[in-house]
Design a protein around this ligand. Structure first.
Ligand code: DQA
Length: 144
């Protein structure tokens, strides 16, 4: 199984951005964590990050036929991007939504998720382990 792990804007700032919310580990640590979880579950994972909405759309489109599933933390675009929603609908690749924090427990504007409208499952509020849960779910395990 090949999984494409996509991260949206400001996730490259992990470790620096609002550490009280997102923790002190940096983006390189997240990449390492994801690779470790993929190995542990016997799946292949490619992990990418962009600050640009159009790049996310391009990568989602390119996933068609190339990956079995997308694990998507669209970050702020989760709550704003009809373009990301339309791309996900267009490619029809299994998608699991992830968030480090629990957006539903934060500001009202984070309560809408365009990604969640098409994702088959959402894992949130568990820091890096939200990604681990998503990988375990896709790999067919019972989670941690
Ligand atoms: C986030 C939650 C979003 O609301 C926020 O805009 C982010 C990160 C998370 O992983 O908790 O940038 O997706």
């Amino acid at each position: 199984m090949k999984i494409l792990v996509l991260n949206g804007p400001n996730l490259n700032m992990l470790g620096l951005r609002e550490p009280e919310l997102y923790g002190s580990r940096d983006y390189a640590a997240l990449e390492e964590y994801v690779r470790g979880e993929a190995d542990r579950r016997g799946v292949r994972a490619e992990i990418r990050q962009t600050n640009h909405e159009g790049t996310l759309v391009d990568w989602i489109q390119q996933a068609r036929g190339a990956f079995d599933a997308i694990v998507l933390n669209a970050a702020a675009y989760t709550h704003t991007s009809v373009a990301v929603l339309d791309a996900l609908k267009a490619v029809n690749v299994r998608t699991v939504e992830v968030h480090l924090t629990e957006p539903k427990n934060r500001e009202d504007f984070r309560k809408v998720s365009y990604v969640g409208m098409v994702a088959e499952k959402t894992f949130s509020g568990r820091g890096f382990d939200s990604y681990g849960d998503a990988i375990a779910y896709l790999a067919g395990g019972e989670g941690r």
